[in-house]
Design a protein around this ligand. Sequence first.
Ligand SMILES: [Zn+2]
Ligand SMILES: [Zn+2]
Length: 90
Amino acid sequence: MTDDPKLQPKGVVLFACDLNRGRKVDCSSPGCTNRSTKQCDHVVTGRTTGTCDRPLCDRCAWEQKPGVDLCIPHAKRYKALKGRGLDPNR
Ligand SMILES: [Zn+2]
Ligand SMILES: [Zn+2]
């Protein structure tokens, strides 16, 4: 039996640091396990932030226009309203 500190398991401290480095949020799409890199920018009245804010990864975000990304339900809604000639921003 040895108490040599070199034999102590490593990585525990690194792991703790990793947990504290920002909040990693998974993409909100069902079945998607990617890390989110964006949030839905669809305007939602009644929310403090004023937008949907659903976390999205690069693959699941739909770019309505540069700088504006929509989650899948909001992208569908946007396209449906636009297809009917309605104003999707309402
Ligand atoms: Zn995703
Ligand atoms: Zn959304």
